[in-house]
Write a protein that binds this ligand. Structure first.
Ligand code: ATP
Ligand code: FE
Length: 351
């Protein structure tokens, strides 16, 4: 099957063409610059920018793939969760294309897109353990099928991506925060600041990141009070301390999640990480080392497939179509849509 994928749930407008597990094209138009002055994504600005850029991204994706719409088997679109205006723009665009061509329309859960990415990039059978760690989410899932997810723990407050972004703002580093904090951390001393690792020694796989955010703010204010400002070395040390704390939490909790998953005795145990924060090399390396120690295959998709993209949406759409699932023109945009309720009757209007 060859599908066009459309993604517009946050601040990236994206379109891609995927055939089976081959990515024929993947266009991502990021809005970072548009939101730079506002300290976060402004929903109204995002929705308008998606509406403006979607046609261009779709055309570009088709051009790059060397295909016309009529040569496709379907159109997959993120139908939630996310900023409602953006999701609506994408769903309207996909409906227009489906109506014009008669191609099947397939609504995709954005988180399922992230969670199935390791199957797009690697040979990976169900069930596998997934750490989905992104701008808005952080959860351990046992992925049992394209529409079957068992959540075994996750953040009880903020997501790490959001904490990276907040930390960058606190330290005066550019957005998105993940890459700039990671870069600053390279020359930093992680041991200089004593930062908390909430819930680290509590049983279970739940995590908390909001206390860490507050601790970062206090640590920065202490430095400023002492020295009157932040030097590049202060920024580096604070970044390194923050990254080490997030990484420690994610790795310790993954150790516990692996124990739960391995007790299910999967025949080829595999762990996969996805979402924007999975682009962080310190975190990737920590997870890879842990899996090597436990004899579990570890899959970390290439960076451009960790952050938001439409190839993952097209691929998740392919898996739905392979199961005979499509939607009709009543497909709606869902601002909230937890993965563990995927198979609930609300799922689109699929047959
Ligand atoms: P969600 O998928 O939860 O709806 P989202 O789509 O906004 O949220 P993603 O695009 O998956 O999230 O990820 C973006 C997040 O990843 C941002 O918070 C960004 O700071 C973070 N991120 C990107 N690169 C890195 C990195 N190298 N290290 C840490 N975090 C990173
Ligand atoms: Fe995302």
């Amino acid at each position: 099957l060859t599908l066009l994928g459309i993604e517009s749930s946050c601040d990236d407008t994206a379109a891609a063409v995927v055939r089976g597990t081959d990515i024929l094209s993947s266009v991502v138009h990021t809005q970072t610059a548009l939101h730079a002055d506002f300290g976060g994504v402004v929903p109204e600005i995002a929705a308008r920018a998606h509406a403006e850029k979607l046609d261009y991204c779709v055309e570009q994706a088709l051009d790059d793939a060397g295909l016309r719409l009529e040569q496709l088997d379907g159109i997959a679109v993120t139908s939630g969760p996310g900023l409602i205006g953006g999701v609506l723009s994408g769903v309207m665009c996909a409906k227009g294309l489906a109506a014009a061509t008669g191609l099947p329309l397939v609504g995709v859960n954005h988180l399922a897109g992230h969670a199935l990415t390791p199957r797009l990039t690697d040979q990976l059978d169900y069930p596998y353990l997934m750490l989905l760690v992104s701008g808005g989410h952080c959860q351990f899932l046992i992925v049992q099928g394209h529409d079957s997810y068992q959540r075994i723990g996750g953040t009880i407050d903020d997501a790490p991506g959001e904490a990276f972004d907040k930390t960058a703002r606190i330290l005066g580093l550019p957005q998105p925060g993940g890459p700039s904090v990671e870069k600053a951390a390279q020359t930093g001393d992680a041991a200089r600041f004593d930062l908390p690792r909430p819930l680290l020694h509590q049983p279970g796989c739940d995590m908390s990141f909001s206390g860490l955010k507050t601790a970062m703010l206090r640590a920065r204010d202490r430095v400023i009070a002492e020295k009157g400002g932040l030097t590049a070395q202060d920024q580096a040390d604070l970044s390194a301390g923050f990254q080490a704390a997030v990484s420690d939490i994610l790795i310790e909790k993954t150790r516990r999640a692996l124990a739960i998953y391995l007790a299910l005795q999967p025949s080829c145990p595999a762990f996969a990480v996805a979402g924007g924060v999975a682009a962080n090399s310190a975190i990737r390396q920590g997870l890879q080392a842990l899996c090597a120690e436990r004899g579990v295959q570890c899959i970390a998709p290439p960076l451009r497939l960790c952050t938001d993209n439409a190839a993952m949406i097209a691929y998740a759409g392919i898996e739905r179509m392979q199961h005979g699932e499509t939607d009709d023109m009543t497909l709606s945009a869902r601002p909230r849509w937890p993965l563990d309720q995927m198979a609930a009757p609300m799922l689109g209007s699929g047959k």
